[in-house]
Ligand binder design. Sequence first.
Ligand code: SAH
Length: 365
Amino acid sequence: MKSVQEPVNLLDFDRQGLVSFFDDLGEKPFRATQILKWVHQAGVTNFSLMSNLSKSLRNYLEEHCTISAPKIAFDAIASDGTRKWLLEMACGNRVETVFIPESGRGTLCVSSQVGCSLACTFCSTAQQGFNRNLSVAEIIGQLFVAQQLLGEQQKISNIVMMGMGEPLLNFNNVVAAMNLMMDDFAYGLSKRRVTLSTSGIVPAIYRLTEACDVSLAVSLHAPNDELRNQLVPINKKYPLKELLEACRHYVKSAPRRHITFEYVMLAGINDSESDARALVRLLKKISCKVNLIPFNPFPGSDYQCTSNNGVQKFRDILHRSGLVVTVRKTRGEDIDAACGQLVGKVADKSRRTQKIKLIKAEHAA
Ligand code: SAH
């Protein structure tokens, strides 16, 4: 058998990865299935308890491998039952994972990066800057840890890749983690219940079509390029025409043959009647659902959320024109667990340090 220096974290592998890992050891592919079931279904991390592995394989794994999940730095439960964990990753980086219980389902909101390199102006994660991509173990580890802590009573039925970071900028690790979420011998979730949310990294949307057909949500937030360039600056690189073309392509193989467009409601910015009508024109020919998200404020943000009345009016215009539209319920506000409030603890390695200093100076003043 091959000798390995650093312990190999088996949480870093999806089925395909495990099969080739065991192949290198001269072991048969079914070992991958056995490990998946022990780790992800039974929650067993001690190799000596894996009774259907040969003694020599158990010994080898004990010596050279590990199953190492993120550690819990903080655990908070909101008054509405929403639960947020601050998880400590390698090198002291911290990211947040949120569980949202609802009647008949439980959704886990998973982070893909430490911080975020995109500079969406209404998102608090963006204000933190970017540190690094999460590994497969750190992404799937969020589900692994949450499932163990929630136990049998609170089942995780849905996953949304809507935590910290831009999942499509950590493509390979996110795809491997989503493969595990959907693997019948790991978490067995249907592709309709695993949703990836992106700000619109166009080439990666095409790649995703080939790699993994999960449900897709696109953070639209504006009905024209001029406004979207300001709110979601990656739009300057991948403008709406290209983004919507990629969406139309994705729809052909998407679960339920539709895409969700997320639209954060910002008072006086993107919530006028003419914005609603422009949105209708933009989305007319795409099979989609629009999800209106009330803006969640965070320290240092200048935006206000559209009034309830304003959100209803906006919704009605979309609805009357035949679009399917829902309004996202804000959850977990009292523990800062709502959309766009996830910050973790990011040692900023990107250009936005300056901006954070300015925000801090404003607070101090
Ligand atoms: N980077 C990915 C996923 C993370 S954000 C993306 O952009 O889609 C998940 C969703 O929350 C996105 O639609 C994002 O635009 C939205 N969001 C970010 N900040 C928010 C805030 N302060 N209030 C409400 N929604 C917000």
